[in-house]
Design a protein around this ligand. Structure first.
Ligand code: UN1
Length: 551
């Protein structure tokens, strides 16, 4: 009711089962009442407002109702994270790692259910969701053992009887904001190293995957995570996420880690920059893939097809510009198009063998169609694709009833040139823009010509070309005889140029993003020795050689 306040402290996350609400879901799947989790408590929005989450492959399937968090809720979550910070930072790192290991083991135990929940909430195929949840598990296992390292150094002093050390220290309260296309692996890429380093988090869940986020946060608590170390707030649009970013100006946040669009990333970077707060920004890409004449064309077609259309093209690492050497252009395009035209699309929870499923949500569909309009307005030649799939307008291998979900045709545009907008702009969805290259140098030039620098790839069997691509490309990641997608939990992930601010996720490299170096010196001599001034000079030998004679 308008103006009425809802009880904030419901119950502890470990004391409650999932609460089902009446649903008329056509597939008989349950609807759940979702909560924020603040200091271990299940809470509703302070004004009682909610939003719903729907299965994009079957829109009448409602996964549940979630709090539309207010500024007050976000601040409560930040306060809980602040209060939990000293205790968690003082917890030995191996113990923090143990809790993280427990999370990985619980995820393994519940993997099938989490995978199906994820597929239901965002429409990604069950197979891909399986790979992604495995990535979250691998991240936990990697950082469990990192809790037994988190090494600092011993450093030699320039003065006698003095010791120097370095320690990694946590930053404090981290705001975590991610997109719904990788709704389990990416938040784990962020929060697992964050808490391993001793930080605490407020996680603003993606608006299109709140139930999965709720389930994952519950599981983290079951693994032994103390209250307040990870706090979950749900929200939509520029609501809770913006309140979290605005809190940087109020001094309530020590770190923001964001995966999403370049435009939003720049805004977050500005807010963090003016407050000298660290920001990890993983942003968009217009990832180039070059095909050279020496390549194994069968592999190259396979790689380009997967890079462009796997995950319905909804990865930041998906193929953008396909750059094909003119000598093999016609043959390559013909082979690629045969695959594109036979693409199997549908709801992987009900049909086997689909390459991709629905768009992540209606919002992603609307944005994608604007991108297709942009390709057409750019003057590129459309080789394939008819926008939204309907029962009257569907590709041959669409499986199921198109009217119940949000599906897109695969699209291919050719004759794309560097002066076109669609050469430079990321289009998030199943579309590839094809560019013809005269030779290797031209291909490399084209690969570097977009404003982005996330992933990149080349197919070639010429080792010198592969070397020159690897050294000449400006990108955070490069595949040689491989697609542009496919991160691993222990390899640094991130981009340059418009794709990010140089921070990295995953492996040992991400630790830099969630800790600062603390240099400590221990003076044992019993007196004040002045560094820089008390250093004994080493006498130089008198040399016979007259160097001036050489000039
Ligand atoms: C991958 O290509 O395997 O949101 C991972 C994204 C990326 C993850 C991509 N942060 O698409």
């Amino acid at each position: 009711m308008a103006g009425s306040r809802v009880a904030r402290n419901m119950t502890h996350v470990l004391e409650a089962g999932f609460e089902y609400i009446d649903s008329n879901n056509p597939n008989g799947s349950p609807s759940v009442r979702g909560y924020n989790i603040i200091n271990g408590q299940l809470t509703l929005a302070s004004d009682g407002a909610t939003f719903t989450s729907h299965n994009p492959a079957w829109l009448d399937d409602c996964l549940g109702e979630f709090p539309l968090s207010t500024k007050e809720d976000v601040h409560a979550a930040l306060a809980a994270a602040r209060a939990a910070f000293p205790g968690w930072a003082a917890t030995p790192a191996p113990t923090r790692g143990q809790v993280i290991g427990n999370m990985g083991r619980l995820l393994m135990e519940h993997k099938d259910d989490i995978v199906r929940l994820q597929a239901r909430e965002i429409g990604k195929t069950v197979k891909e969701c399986g790979g992604e949840v495995q990535e979250a598990i691998d991240t936990c296992l990697f950082f469990q053992s990192e809790g037994r390292r988190l090494y600092g150094q011993t450093v030699n002093s320039e003065l006698p009887d003095k010791e120097l050390f370095t320690y990694r220290r946590p930053l404090g309260v981290c705001g975590i904001i991610n997109a719904c296309n990788f709704p389990s692996a990416v938040p784990f890429w962020k929060m697992i190293p964050a808490i391993m380093c001793g930080n605490t988090c407020v996680w603003k869940s993606p608006q299109d995957s709140p139930l999965l986020s709720f389930a994952l946060t519950r599981l983290m608590h079951e693994a032994g995570l103390p209250d307040g170390v990870i706090n979950l707030v749900h929200g939509k649009g520029s609501g809770a996420g913006q309140h979290l970013v605005d809190a940087v100006d109020l001094g309530m946040v020590n770190k923001i880690s964001f995966t999403g669009s370049t435009a939003v990333g720049k805004m977050i970077g500005e807010v963090c920059g003016r407050n000298l707060v660290s920001a990890s920004l993983e942003l968009g890409g217009k990832n180039p893939l070059v095909i050279m004449p020496s390549a194994n064309l069968e592999n190259a077609v396979e790689g380009a097809y997967w890079a462009g259309f796997g995950t319905a093209g909804q990865r930041c690492t998906s193929l953008g510009n396909l750059i094909i050497h003119e000598d093999i252009y016609d043959e390559f395009v013909e082979r690629l198009m045969a695959k594109v035209k036979s693409t199997a699309i549908g709801d992987s929870m009900r049909h086997d063998g689909v390459l991709y499923g629905s768009m992540l949500s209606e919002k992603y569909a609307v944005d994608f169609l604007k991108g297709i309009d942009m390709c057409e307005a750019s003057g590129a030649t459309k080789l394939w694709g008819e926008g939204r799939v309907t029962n009257q307008n569907k590709p041959a291998n669409f499986i199921g009833d198109a009217s119940v979900g949000v599906y897109m045709w695969p699209h291919v545009f050719a004759d794309v040139t560097e002066d076109m907008e669609c050469f430079h702009e990321e289009i998030f969805g199943p579309v590839v823009t094809i560019v013809k290259a005269r030779d290797f140098d031209h291909a490399l030039h084209l690969a570097n010509a977009s404003p982005y620098g996330l992933s990149s790839a080349i197919y070639t069997n010429d080792r010198l070309e592969a070397y020159r691509y690897k050294t000449g490309i400006k990108a955070g990641m490069t595949g040689i005889n491989n697609s542009t997608t496919g991160a691993e939990a222990h390899l640094p992930f991130g981009g340059v140029k418009g794709s990010g601010n140089g921070t990295r996720e995953s492996g040992i490299w991400v630790i830099e993003a969630y800790s600062y170096w603390h240099a400590v010196n221990d003076e044992l001599s019993g007196k004040l020795q002045l560094a820089q001034m008390d250093v004994d000079e080493i006498e130089l030998e008198e040399a016979d050689a007259d160097y001036s004679a050489l000039a």
